[in-house]
Design a protein around this ligand. Structure first.
Ligand SMILES: [Zn+2]
Length: 65
């Protein structure tokens, strides 16, 4: 399991993290991939970022589907 380094919460479900989609922010609308940042839902600490896209394996920690 993943622990938030900031507040030490155990992040063991999708409810414990927040996905901040950065697509509109960085202007990659035409791309098939979506960049996102994973944040701790408890304190907002940025845990990491990744890419969710068609066909790709995607980020390891974020198996959203
Ligand atoms: Zn936290």
């Amino acid at each position: 399991m993943v622990h938030c380094p900031e507040c030490d919460t155990t992040l063991d479900s999708m409810d414990d993290v927040a996905f901040d989609d950065t697509e509109s922010r960085i202007g990659i609308v035409r791309a098939s991939k979506r960049f996102y940042v994973v944040e701790c839902a408890h304190c907002g600490y940025s845990l990491g970022s990744g890419v969710a896209g068609a066909g790709g394996g995607g980020g390891g920690a974020a198996g959203a589907h």
